[in-house]
Design a protein. Sequence first.
Length: 109
Amino acid sequence: MTDPRIIHAYRHLYRQLLHAVKFSKPARFVARDQLRAAFRDKNAKFDPRNTTRTVRFLEAAARTRGLEHSILKNLLMVAYDRTYGSRTAYKQYDMTVAMLNKSLGLCLR
């Protein structure tokens, strides 16, 4: 059976994602699909500290339409375009998100 901490982390992240995107239709489905893919990844390591920081980031994105909200909105728009839109090169984008995660200690995709 799965560790209860992982289940709680998934639920907290999903709940905060829904609040951050204000339950808007395309964004909530893209966020759900990305969260599912992240938790189903066999090579992923569970880090409670990064999960807590990510939940706080999502809370800030839900609270005001500031920088966090803009970052989340752009991440979800790119993920939507990548999945349903045109196929373009995303190497630089992936490197930028990886550096953002590393510098802030987050778990964004």
